[in-house]
Design a protein around this ligand. Sequence first.
Ligand SMILES: C[S@@+](CC[C@H](N)C(=O)[O-])C[C@H]1O[C@@H](n2cnc3c(N)ncnc32)[C@H](O)[C@@H]1O
Length: 246
Amino acid sequence: MKPKEDAFGQMIWAYYKGKDVFEVWERSDGYITVDPTKTYFSEHKDWALHQRKAMQFVKGRVLDVGCGAGRHSLHLQKNGLDVLGIDVSPLAIKVCRLRGLKKTRVMSIEEMNFKPSSFDSVIMMGNNFSLFGSFRKARRLLRKFRSITSEDALIIAETRDPYKTDNPSYLKYYEFNVKRGRMSGQLRGRIRFEGYISKWFDWLMVSKEEMVEILNGTGWKVKEFIESEDAQYTAIIEKCKRRGGE
Ligand SMILES: C[S@@+](CC[C@H](N)C(=O)[O-])C[C@H]1O[C@@H](n2cnc3c(N)ncnc32)[C@H](O)[C@@H]1O
């Protein structure tokens, strides 16, 4: 990633340095959302119940994919787990290190390079199931996760059900996606912060049924869903005993 493309990292860095900043996300059709950056620095006690419950499943050697400012990694490290945080943003990783995360790597989910059986848990929190980007890419990366994790490994992944909305702009975007052969919740967008603009990337939000369909045949299956009061939910995903299914 070129430094001028690390808009997310610049935003995280600015907050770390004491500025009150916001995350601006621009969808491909120009729709903009603005969310407080402070969420990425929130403490375990402030997390939603479905997120705290999900953390109870995390075990052993942990890979935190898209770790951001490290809130989940730091919590797990404090509880004695062996955690590696990876993120495509060099500045986010710098902030993780400064905040005390011992094991970090600047690495994208697409370029993960680990030995077989390196991890017992993979966490994808902060809606990071969406980093899978598309149906096909998700299935390719899930197979990769299979090879780098131990026999009883879990993936703990959070996303939002895209259909739990009555926002007409989102509903229209889903229709547009379906027409061009994409999943409804496959949102193309980019992050903006001051003069910095990230590359366009696909962010895949899925319903529970769609998640089950994506996992089918990848060697992973849903153990349980942990619901929240809104569209967000966490999936506890376990390894099938035999590759390809039950
Ligand atoms: C929504 S934030 C979640 C951060 C963190 N998990 C949390 O909940 O606080 C998404 C994170 O994924 C990172 N990211 C985006 N694309 C990525 C990719 N292709 N590979 C790895 N990390 C990526 C971003 O830099 C950002 O830190």
